[in-house]
Design a protein around this ligand. Structure first.
Ligand SMILES: Cc1cc2nc3c(=O)[nH]c(=O)nc-3n(C[C@H](O)[C@H](O)[C@H](O)COP(=O)(O)OP(=O)(O)OC[C@H]3O[C@@H](n4cnc5c(N)ncnc54)[C@H](O)[C@@H]3O)c2cc1C
Length: 398
């Protein structure tokens, strides 16, 4: 087992870390303020231009799409650095949901669909969204509850349905919509590339959520009223929807983990200073063993999360996607909960200051809490891991 990074990846990691420290973190509040006030996102745009000129743009994409072709292992290394700020991934065009959507387009879209959507997405000229989840009783933790339908009518498919939690949907140019095309339990769903402005696409609202809206992280609700799409707008084949959604979600949830590990790491780093300076009961907080335990637990959990993410990325890099599934579920549950716990602990360690908006932990927690629900809630991943462990389908002593 070799944990060395290739010279190219090690150098890209140094470059992304320095870029984050020197250019992104000092202006992250300005980027958030411009976004909250609906101003021209000039700070973000200028940093994106700089990231492009320094060769750090979409590093996970192949070179013909403007990237560096680093693949899942490289993403693990670089996305953790970007994730140290909520706005970091967007600066390098590596944020959800575009990054996962680009990955899916790259794998399964027709050459025409790639030219139409992947090029502009890779250049950040447009954004995209993924519309699978529906309000109850439709698709949610269990995607097979899918209610949105697509039926063939002459030369086109006609989509009718109701979706919500389509992240970034209101701003997106293209929606990847999952719809039912038959009652087959395994092959009953199909993915369609739907023009956001197509007739019949109704944006109902942006859902007010616990985490404040930030950049593309705005949750849209849609209704589709007889939306017509051609065969060329199919993503993959008819009936491939459930399989492709898994193919998208396994790496996409892993890239979430990478970014979350970065945020957890920064939370620990920010917490050090207060405990080293604040005196309580005759000594600084860092000399109290209960406080040391909080840091030990966070360090251990982050280290375990790093190893889980690397192992899973290593499987994906070799195309062993099916094998990667239980590991990606373990990693997602572990990292989502460690992020929430680390942020909650940081608030506790800072006392009243931790509860205030003078420190970022409260805001970050509001975003982080979604990690235990989005891309499959904790319980569903636990179910997958439990089921596969009982069936003995994967090796615990890898
Ligand atoms: C911030 C955010 C962004 C999102 N972005 C997107 C997006 O871009 N595109 C998209 O399609 N979806 C998106 N989602 C939706 C997300 O994937 C779903 O919320 C999630 O899969 C759960 O589905 P549900 O909300 O319908 O919960 P339900 O299916 O109603 O489940 C409710 C709860 O029941 C419990 N539960 C469910 N199944 C089991 C089980 N087998 N055993 C025990 N308990 C169980 C869990 O606690 C679960 O949280 C997003 C969600 C959030 C919060």
């Amino acid at each position: 087992m070799n944990f060395d990074l290739s010279p190219e990846l090690a150098s890209a990691r140094r470059a992304v870390r320095a870029f984050m420290d020197e250019h992104v973190i000092p202006v992250e509040e300005r980027i958030i303020a411009e976004d909250e006030r609906g101003l021209n996102p000039e700070t973000l745009l200028s940093l994106q231009a700089r990231a492009r000129s320094e060769g750090l743009w979409v590093p996970h994409l192949p070179t013909e799409w403007g990237g560096r072709g680093f693949g899942p292992m490289g993403m693990c290394v670089l996305f953790r650095e970007m994730g140290r700020s909520l706005v970091g991934a967007r600066v390098f065009n590596c944020d959800a949901p575009d990054q996962g959507n680009m990955d899916l387009l790259l794998r399964v879209a027709s050459p025409e669909a790639r030219d139409r959507w992947l090029g502009p997405l890779a250049r950040a000229e447009i954004t995209s969204a993924f519309a699978m989840t529906e309000p109850a009783p439709g698709a949610g933790a269990d995607p097979t509850n899918l209610r949105t339908t697509a039926r063939l009518d002459g030369e086109s498919w006609v989509i009718d349905g109701h979706k919500w939690y389509t992240t970034g949907g209101a701003q997106a140019a293209v929606l990847i919509v999952m719809a039912r095309t038959s009652d087959d339990p395994r092959k009953g769903a199909t993915l369609f590339l739907v023009d956001r402005d197509a007739p019949g696409v109704e944006l109902v609202r942006e859902i007010p959520t616990f985490g404040p809206p930030l950049l593309q992280h705005r949750e849209a609700e849609f209704r589709f009223h007889g939306v017509r799409v051609g065969h060329e707008q199919l993503l993959g084949g008819v009936g491939d929807g459930f399989r492709l959604a898994q193919a998208r979600l396994v790496p996409a949830r892993l890239t979430h983990c990478m970014r979350w590990l970065g945020l957890a790491d920064r939370t620990v780093a920010l917490s050090r200073r207060y405990v080293q300076e604040r005196v309580s009961f005759g000594k600084t907080l860092d000399k109290h063993q209960l406080v040391q335990k909080v840091f030990a637990d966070a360090a251990t959990a982050i280290h375990a999360g790093n190893l889980m993410a690397f192992h899973c990325a290593w499987l994906l890099e070799q195309g062993r996607d099916i094998e990667a599934r239980p590991y990606s579920s373990m990693c997602k549950n572990h990292v989502a909960s460690l992020l929430c716990r680390t942020l909650d602990d940081a608030m506790q360690l800072h006392g009243g200051l931790g509860y205030s908006d003078d420190v970022p932990f409260g805001r970050w927690y509001r975003h982080a809490r979604a990690a235990r629900i989005a891309d499959g809630p904790d319980e569903v991943h636990t179910m997958t891991v439990g089921r596969d462990t009982i069936a003995g389908t994967f090796d615990l002593l890898v």
